[in-house]
Design a protein around this ligand. Sequence first.
Ligand SMILES: Cc1cc2nc3c(=O)[nH]c(=O)nc-3n(C[C@H](O)[C@H](O)[C@H](O)COP(=O)(O)OP(=O)(O)OC[C@H]3O[C@@H](n4cnc5c(N)ncnc54)[C@H](O)[C@@H]3O)c2cc1C
Length: 312
Amino acid sequence: MSHSPAPETLRRWAETTRIAPLPARAGAAPPAISFEFFPPKTPALEAQLWACIERLAVLRPAFVSVTYGAGGTTQERTHATVLRLVRETSLTPAAHLTCVGATREAVDEVARRYWQAGVRHIVALRGDPPSGERYAPYPGGYPFAADLVKGLRRIADFEISVAAYPETHPEAASPEADLDNLKRKLDAGAARAITQVFFDNAAFLRFLDRAVAAGITAPIVPGIMPVTNFAQARRFAETCGTQVPGWMAEMFEGLDDDLETRRMVAAAVAAEQVRLLQANGIDEFHFYTLNRPDLTYAIARILGVKPETGAG
Ligand SMILES: Cc1cc2nc3c(=O)[nH]c(=O)nc-3n(C[C@H](O)[C@H](O)[C@H](O)COP(=O)(O)OP(=O)(O)OC[C@H]3O[C@@H](n4cnc5c(N)ncnc54)[C@H](O)[C@@H]3O)c2cc1C
């Protein structure tokens, strides 16, 4: 069989822009990482969560956070999970706390219980109303997250994290108003912001530029969601204003019934995302684990984070 020569091919390859390999991590410390979990609903999910925590704990996260269900619906389960972290692990827990649907007194009481139990880190959020409803401040409640940050500062010397939106919060009047809001939350006493999930690194990096120009100096830690269930992730992204890039949808196209390939694609996509951020100087990462450890563990390893046991 003879191949006809394709004289233009090599020229085309030779003329394309050369991209250097991502800078090696030589000499750089591994990044600081943190993990988000959600409180389990059933004994089976509880067992899954604790297996997940055990697997990830050896990576020595800076902190691990536990979400608060929409409308504060998981208050007791969040509390129980955070307290078990205090009692049974050497991890530093961060409890999510929201303003929605509760008076200031009720929210303050939850915060005081955390402080008394030894919890020193709160992720302070507004929260969302039940699906389909418009948000309205609860009578006598904290209207927005910035107000909650101020309230927490009055209660005790909590370390406070808040939410940031590289692609703008869907209800914000404008990107500028949303950035002003982030600045208010940090000025009110929050130590860092953690971003909403994003898949477009350029959007995040542009957001950092705008934050620095607005005078923000606190870290804005990228929230990374390693996606295996693409269909579910796309639905979630739609509700929170996160763009799903066309290239990503194409990579997962036709894989809904092929879990194994989806897992491999997911690992490649997440690894590329964090490696590019790392190459751009980012050295803190927050992982939305969805209570599943494997992808997060692998991605952390790819970033240079090694378990303390020397195994794995
Ligand atoms: C890292 C992270 C963790 C999260 N964890 C949880 C969780 O555990 N439980 C949960 O229910 N939800 C959680 N959420 C979702 C969050 O509750 C929603 O995104 C919610 O819609 C906004 O919360 P916020 O704290 O960003 O609100 P805010 O900072 O209060 O902002 C909400 C909106 O109001 C606007 N705004 C703020 N102040 C004013 C003002 N004075 N006047 C007019 N507009 C104003 C802002 O621009 C923005 O559009 C989380 C989100 C992130 C990014």
